[in-house]
Each structure stands twice: as structure tokens, then as C-alpha cells.
Write a protein that binds this ligand. Structure first.
Ligand code: NDP
Length: 334
């Protein structure tokens, strides 16, 4: 029997490529959790996914009700069979918007989609997943939360959750930033990725022992060609992949990035919980070339998986605990 895996954002970029990899392995039945069901179906058709290897289900992460509906539909669909894997991958990046946009529930969009919707999803599925043997929950992170890398530290604005003042005040419109400061779309994305990674660490600390579920985050490398950068100008979208390839060495192609995410789902090495997985050839602050003068990791090929060190911001336990507890309130989990 194939293992059951939910992949959010399976209709594009990293999520689509990971889905392809899992379907092609023949070991997984993928529930493609997407905001646009027609688009999801078109992807499955284009890549010739066999009928018995996937289904497409509606999940609008910008609506907590939609997350609840998705979980109800999922449970009805799979009946008593437990979910073995959950991949929280979907995200939005809104660096150009001068004003915040709001989710159905009145939360700033990138925090709502990237963090809060997934936070609710994971929490609603924990009881089910703990029944499965070898269950894994992966939340896609990013180096943008790391202050010790080019992408995370030197490129402003930096992720900074501060004292979570905005979250403490309920985090709803007109409060756009979780630190309570003024809206900054690029920072809201980075903050949400830090929250994603903190969530994994907290899930591990709170639930790994009691549920047996493996919790992991990962940084796939810079997939400079995905739709994530749709708000960026055309020149940026041309130059950025080249910059990542030849200057920082952090570039990775969509397909290989999908293989990396699928590895965290499937590889026995990745059964360890609480890990932030990365691949060498990823973001670098020093030494862009190896000893032979070859650019390190250019093209992202052949990167070796390793347990990466999380940034100080992500490792701030006090803030992580507070963020996690406040997220229960914001997501309406009693
Ligand atoms: P894409 O924009 O290609 O994919 C994002 C996916 O999220 C899409 O499938 C999109 O749906 C879905 N999505 C967006 N909003 C919602 C919503 N409201 N409800 C449900 N689904 C939604 O970007 P990537 O593939 O690059 O990003 C995937 C993950 O990788 C993200 O978590 C991102 O933070 C992370 N990442 C990406 C990096 C990169 O360099 N690209 C680097 C580090 C991390 P639709 O198909 O309908 O647009």
C-alpha cells in the first residue's frame, strides 16, 4: 500500500517538483493540497501522474475555515488510514506591496498563508499522524531566517520577531507585523519563514516523544526561477538566477530542489526529528570556490545533505515558545 502524503502548494515550483518525485517513486499516494484545483489537475495531467497515485484537494491557506474544511475532506477521503507524511510547502512572498493585504480572518497575508494556515493544519493532523508508523511532518524553511548567510543576514530587511508585540495584540488588521512595527512585505515573508522553522523546533520539543512523529525543516537552495518571485521586475528575474549561480553559489534548479524536499520525506537518513536539513552548495558567506577553483555548488548539482545550524533568531527558545502559544490563539485552536 502506498504511503499517504499531503503536499501543500503542489501546483507550482518546489511543491510540484516534490510531488512529481514522490509520485514517480511509486511509494506514495500524494494529496495535492492546492488553492486552485483546476491548476492542480492540469499539473497532474501535464506530468502524466498515474490515476492511482494522486488526488487534488482544495486548500486555501488564507482562510482558517478552508484549512478546517480540507482536514474534514481529507479524513473522509482516506477514511481510517492514517496520514503518514505532511509537507507544508506553500508560501507567498509580497515584497513590492506598499500596503498589507489581509487573509479572510484579517491577518497579514504572508504570515497567514506561510505560517498560520500551516500551523493550524499541522495541529489538526497530529492525532491522526501519530497512528502511522514512521510519520514525518516537514515544513519548508529558508535561509532568510539566518542572519549568518548572504540571503538571510546581509540583505535587508532582516527577520526580527522582536517581542511579538503585534501578535500579543491579536495580530489582526490593522496590525500587520508580528513585532508590532510598520508593514514591510519583504520582512513579513522572512518573519514568517522564521516562524516556520521555530514551529518545527517547538513541535519537536513538545510532540516528538509522545507522538513518534519526525518533525523537520529544510532549505532547498535558492530556486531562483519559481513563481515565488512573481512580484519582482523582469530584469531581476533574469539576473537573479545568474547571481545565485555564479556569485553566491546557492542556486538550485526546480527539479533538483524537488528531489531534495522528497529526500526529506523519504530518505531513512531523515528520520531524525528536530533537524533543519540543507545541502552543501547552498548559501555561502565565505569561499565561493573550492580548492580546485571550481565554483562551489554552482548549478546546485550533487549537493550533500547535512544537518544545518539554525540561526540565533530561530534558536531563541523563549520567543519560539511564545510564538507557538500565541499561534494557538490566532489560529483559533482551543
Ligand atoms: P511558488 O510561488 O512557485 O510556489 C508556492 C506555492 O504556494 C504555489 O503552488 C501556490 O499556489 C501556493 N500558494 C500560494 N498561496 C496560497 C494559498 N493562499 N493557499 C494555498 N496555496 C497557496 O514558490 P516556491 O516553489 O519557490 O516556494 C515553495 C516553498 O519554498 C516556499 O515555502 C518558499 O518559502 C520556499 N523557499 C523558496 C525558495 C526559492 O528560492 N524559491 C528559497 C527558500 C525557500 P499556485 O500554484 O496556485 O500559485
Amino acid at each position: 500500500l502506498r504511503k499517504l502524503v499531503v503536499v501543500t502548494g503542489a501546483s507550482s515550483g518546489l511543491g510540484r517538483e516534490c510531488t512529481r518525485e514522490l509520485v514517480n517513486s511509486g511509494k506514495y499516494f500524494v494529496i495535492m493540497a492546492v488553492r486552485d484545483v483546476e491548476k492542480g489537475k492540469a499539473v497532474a495531467k501535464k506530468f502524466n501522474f498515474p490515476e492511482n497515485s494522486y488526488t487534488v484537494m482544495k486548500l486555501e491557506l488564507a482562510s482558517l475555515q478552508s484549512v478546517r474544511d480540507f482536514v474534514a475532506n481529507l479524513k473522509a477521503f482516506k477514511s481510517a488510514r492514517p496520514l503518514t507524511h505532511l509537507v507544508c510547502n506553500a508560501a507567498v512572498y509580497l515584497p513590492k506591496d506598499p500596503k498589507p493585504s489581509w487573509s479572510d480572518d484579517g491577518y497579514e497575508m504572508s504570515m497567514a498563508v506561510n505560517h498560520l494556515g500551516h500551523f493550524l493544519l499541522v495541529n489538526l493532523l497530529l492525532d491522526d499522524m501519530k497512528k502511522a508508523k514512521g510519520a514525518r511532518c516537514v515544513i519548508v524553511g529558508s535561509i532568510t531566517g539566518n542572519s549568518n548567510t548572504v540571503g538571510g543576514g546581509l540583505v535587508y530587511p532582516r527577520a526580527d520577531l522582536g517581542k511579538l508585540k503585534g501578535m500579543e495584540q491579536g495580530g489582526k488588521q490593522p496590525i500587520a507585523m508580528m513585532d508590532g512595527k510598520n508593514y514591510d512585505g519583504a520582512k513579513a515573508y522572512k518573519d514568517s519563514k522564521v516562524m516556520n522553522m521555530m514551529t518545527v523546533s517547538e513541535l519537536h520539543r513538545r510532540y516528538h516523544k509522545s507522538t513518534g512523529i519526525t518533525f523537520a525543516s529544510m532549505y532547498p537552495g535558492c530556486i531562483a526561477e519559481t513563481q515565488l518571485f512573481r512580484e519582482k521586475r523582469q530584469w531581476f528575474r533574469k539576473i537573479f538566477p545568474l547571481f545565485m549561480k555564479y556569485v553566491t553559489g546557492g542556486y538550485v534548479g526546480e527539479q533538483e530542489a524537488g528531489q531534495r524536499l522528497a529526500q526529506v520525506v523519504d530518505d531513512p537518513i531523515c528520520s531524525k526529528s528536530g533537524v533543519y536539513w540543507s545541502w552543501n552548495g547552498g548559501a555561502q558567506t565565505v569561499g565561493r570556490y573550492d580548492k580546485s577553483g571550481k565554483p562551489k555548488g554552482a548549478g546546485g548539482s550533487g549537493g550533500e545533505i547535512f544537518e544545518n545550524q539554525q540561526s540565533d533568531a530561530v534558536q531563541d527558545r523563549e520567543t519560539a515558545m511564545k510564538m507557538f502559544d500565541l499561534s494557538y490563539d490566532l489560529a483559533g485552536i482551543s
